[in-house]
Design a protein around this ligand. Structure first.
Ligand SMILES: *Cc1c(COP(=O)(O)O)cnc(C)c1O
Length: 375
């Protein structure tokens, strides 16, 4: 490949070039606020009130943002969403789970359940990458959905499988890249879990789970059965700590603070629908751009399942996406590569709520320039 020294004109470039799908843009104002607080918060005990109050603000702020009924609880712990999958095999799946697999992330939870020796063989329903999954009842005690499949840019509507009630079957939703950027209804879900380095513009390492009474009851029921669980994966221990605004072991205090900043920013500006609308407007801009560009088109053909938070755009074979991505990187536009394993000539662009529309518009103007120059 010939090295390309394309310099995108300054007036086209976005003021902030971070478009990665996770870790994603962290707002400078939040980092400045963290620096301002550093001496009374960073480097202080997570068992004392400054940190416990921050965890309390996180739990209260999320309950408000999601409009949770009073009997729901916010649980949190260390290890991100990937660790939560393993914890779920110990503390949420009773015997048999049913997974909808439509990309990399949804497949990883299915793999974790299949490998766990203490539960039964899961039902794994697979769907073509770029399409949405079908919710069907199978008699499983736990259904595992993914609100937004970050690897393909597909989001799904959340509802319970036909004729199932939370007394028999609970619905777990991996909302890692959706939480804070897509509206949802707690009536359709029992456990909505995520990590905050995507729509919540924070850093990685933490998992957070909004749990219905049925999910909490499942955790308590399994804990009463004497099923062995490593303490770090035991959600009963996480539940007891969360109720005291603590975590089982030491959390990253900066991650908690940055998440609180985002949650309160959303709540103070109109809540989840306001935040989701920011993402929708930005992603609409990208999909419209792709539909009108002769060298680009949205990867997800069914517009009803196109993600509002992660846009996947196929490029024509006349241009090499890797080259476009490399030129962008040289010009400060970062992390717009498609998911590697998908193996397509593709761009993947996050439009999380913290990413400004003006920067998304500057990104497409920059892409116009690069594509024109390459031809
Ligand atoms: C990023 C992501 C994960 C993994 O999150 P970690 O915090 O890195 O474990 C899981 N599921 C989805 C849908 C994601 O987007």
């Amino acid at each position: 490949m010939v090295a390309n020294n394309i310099s995108i004109p300054n007036q086209l470039l976005p003021a902030d070039g971070r478009f990665g799908s996770g870790p994603s843009l962290v707002r400078k104002s939040d980092l400045d606020a963290l620096a301002d607080l550093s001496e009374s918060y960073m480097g202080t005990s997570h068992r004392q009130s400054p940190v416990k109050n921050m965890v309390g603000r996180l739990r209260d702020g999320l309950s408000e943002l999601f409009g949770l009924p009073d009997d729901w609880e916010i649980i949190l712990g260390n290890g991100g969403s990937t660790l939560f999958w393993d914890a779920a095999t110990f503390s949420l799946i009773s015997e048999k789970s049913h997974h909808l697999v439509f990309g990399e992330f949804s497949s990883k939870f299915a793999t974790a359940s299949r490998a766990a020796p203490h539960i039964g063989e899961p039902v794994v329903a697979e769907f073509e990458p770029g399409t949405g999954p079908l919710i069907e009842a199978s008699g499983a005690d736990t259904y595992a959905f993914t609100h937004n499949e970050t690897s393909t840019g597909v989001s799904m509507d959340l509802h319970r499988p036909a004729n199932t009630s939370p007394d028999e079957a609970i619905v777990l939703v991996d909302a890692t890249s959706a939480a804070g950027g897509i509206v949802w209804d707690p009536a359709n879900v029992d456990c909505y879990y995520f990590a905050p380095q995507k729509c919540f513009a924070s850093d990685g390492g933490l998992w957070v789970a909004a749990c219905s009474p049925a999910a909490v009851e499942r955790i308590n029921d399994i804990a009463g059965r004497n099923r062995w669980s490593p303490a770090g994966l035991d959600l009963k221990i996480a539940l007891e700590n969360s109720r005291k605004n603590q975590t089982y072991n030491t959390p990253a205090l900066a991650t908690i603070f940055l998440t609180v900043r985002q949650v309160e920013w959303m709540n103070n500006n109109g809540g989840l629908s306001w935040a989701a609308n920011r993402s929708t407007i930005s992603s609409d801009h990208i999909y419209n751009w792709a539909e009108n560009h002769e060298l680009a088109e949205p990867f997800v053909t069914d517009s009803s399942v196109r993600s509002p938070v992660v846009s996947t755009i196929d490029l024509s074979a006349r241009v090499d996406a890797d080259e476009v991505i490399a030129i962008c990187r040289d010009n400060g536009i970062l992390d717009i590569g498609g998911y590697r394993k998908l193996g397509r000539n593709q761009l993947r662009i996050a439009t999380f709520p913290a990413i400004e529309l003006s920067n998304v518009q500057a990104l497409t103007a920059s892409l116009d320039y690069v594509l024109e120059t390459l031809l």
